[in-house]
Design a protein around this ligand. Structure first.
Ligand code: AMP
Ligand code: MG
Length: 422
């Protein structure tokens, strides 16, 4: 973890200052580096893993010239002249995996199946549908050109070519591409380990009997689920009561066991001051007020070399700050060289939304396709940061940028579909 030098970011002296979303994220990204451990794994297990080394092809793909269709392999000299027919004798049939051992001579054709190696001296394939066959003789007209329907050796990938660069998240077609080189193992970045705990005397474990004044812990579960989807190894550290000694132990243990630590709650102004005190004693943590709704108080920094995210307590604020701040940071820590961008689109808003300029808002929206083929977004209703249902019913964030004021019904707003995020 590098020291965070950005002017407006650090601890108590600057606590009056509020960071924009962009500043807060830039500070976070500037403070972290990818975690370097790598491992060798089976290609079959590598989807969604991050490639640690570039992939260079040891072979040409395809390895040999082959037919792209079912048809007849011929040589250029036997193509028909304009307005004439060419008539050739079929001397053999070749199928994929069984190359023809003889040589093709002028006046001859070899019936060939898709993927079969081209016979020596054959350079063109006439599709089965374009010939007339009579016994061993085929006839075809002049509308064919030299080289047609032939896949050249190395036309997809050349021997020695770098086909995938390090730092990408492997997709199904990329797994197929590596397999096409005959490679059965890949070197990938080790999974990031993430410790998660909740804080607060009022937080109950699921399964416990309800208690007056208490609420069930939802943050730990939504965070563990989100981290699991991202491919992290998660360490569930339970609920830590508002007790300085227990919190200190939890912070120590988490920093010894994980690359990243997530807590929720306990970072807002007015929280028992010892949480901040302990974090300050244990690590290099910044307490930021971010101009974001929901969200606002966020603690970020390093605890004994682990990256620490102290997210707000309110369940929706947890999700918003996770996806807007932690996700890009996790991608960098995991070794992704270019962040995976979740696209945003401009969509008409069904109704008015009240907003004041000076903070970014992430309202929960339902994006729907209209009968006229256009998209429309509406909010999920009540937008309180404790109303997790607003998140679970939504399929997109409605992003209202820092400077934007209220939205009139029918105005365009920026929407980030969850499909690109989770
Ligand atoms: P805090 O920042 O600790 O004051 O928490 C803000 C709000 O979030 C309070 O209403 C908490 O009860 C609630 N909260 C904190 N942690 C959790 C949790 N793990 N699950 C659900 N709600 C929580
Ligand atoms: Mg609390």
């Amino acid at each position: 973890m590098k020291t965070i030098t950005t002017e407006s970011c650090c601890s108590d002296e600057n606590e009056q200052g509020t960071l924009s979303v962009q500043q807060a994220l830039a500070n976070m990204l500037g403070a972290i580096d990818e975690v370097t451990a790598c491992e060798q794994i089976q290609l079959a297990d590598a989807v969604d893993r991050i490639l640690a080394e570039p992939i260079t092809s040891p072979i040409n793909v395809p390895a040999h010239r082959n037919s792209a269709v079912d048809g007849y392999a011929i040589m250029q000299a036997d193509l028909a002249e304009e307005n004439e027919l060419s008539s050739l004798k079929v001397i053999a049939q070749v199928v994929a995996g069984h190359p023809y051992k003889g040589v093709l001579n002028k006046g001859e054709a070899i019936q060939i199946m898709t993927g079969a190696q081209m016979p020596e001296l054959a350079d063109t394939v006439i599709m089965q549908e374009h010939i007339e066959r009579d016994g061993d003789t085929i006839r075809f007209d002049s509308r064919h050109s030299v080289g047609q329907n032939v896949r050249q050796a190395g036309e997809d990938i050349q021997q020695g070519q770098t086909v995938l660069s390090a730092g990408i998240k492997l997709t199904p077609p990329q797994i197929g591409l590596i397999a096409s080189l005959g490679q059965f193992e890949v070197r990938v970045k080790a999974r990031l380990s993430a410790a998660v705990f909740s804080t607060g005397d009022e937080i109950l474990n699921i399964g416990e009997a309800p208690r007056k004044g208490c609420i069930y812990d939802s943050n730990r579960y939504s965070l563990i689920a989100a981290l699991t989807k991202l491919g992290c190894k998660t360490l569930d550290m339970g609920i830590i009561p508002d007790d300085p000694k227990k919190l200190k132990e939890a912070f120590q243990l988490a920093s010894q066991s994980a690359d990243v630590i997530f807590t929720s709650g306990g970072v807002s102004v007015g929280e028992a001051d010892y949480t901040k005190q302990i974090l300050k004693e244990t690590g290099d943590i910044n307490f930021w007020k971010v101009a974001i709704k929901p969200g606002r108080p966020i603690a970020f920094g390093s605890l004994n070399g682990s990256t620490f995210f102290g997210l707000p307590g309110n369940p929706v604020a947890v999700m918003v700050t996770f996806y807007q701040f932690a996700l890009p940071c996790l991608q960098k820590l995991m070794g992704l060289r270019k962040p995976l961008i979740s696209p945003t689109i401009e969509v008409k808003c069904h109704h008015a939304i009240r907003k004041i300029a000076g903070r970014s808002e992430y309202q929960r929206g339902i994006l729907s396709l209209q009968t006229d083929g256009t998209w429309l977004v509406s909010t999920t209703g009540q937008q309180g940061s404790g109303i997790l249902r607003s998140m679970s019913e939504a399929n997109a964030f409605i992003i209202l940028p820092h400077e934007r004021c209220s939205v009139e019904a029918g105005e365009y707003v920026t929407v980030q579909p969850f499909a690109g995020l989770f």
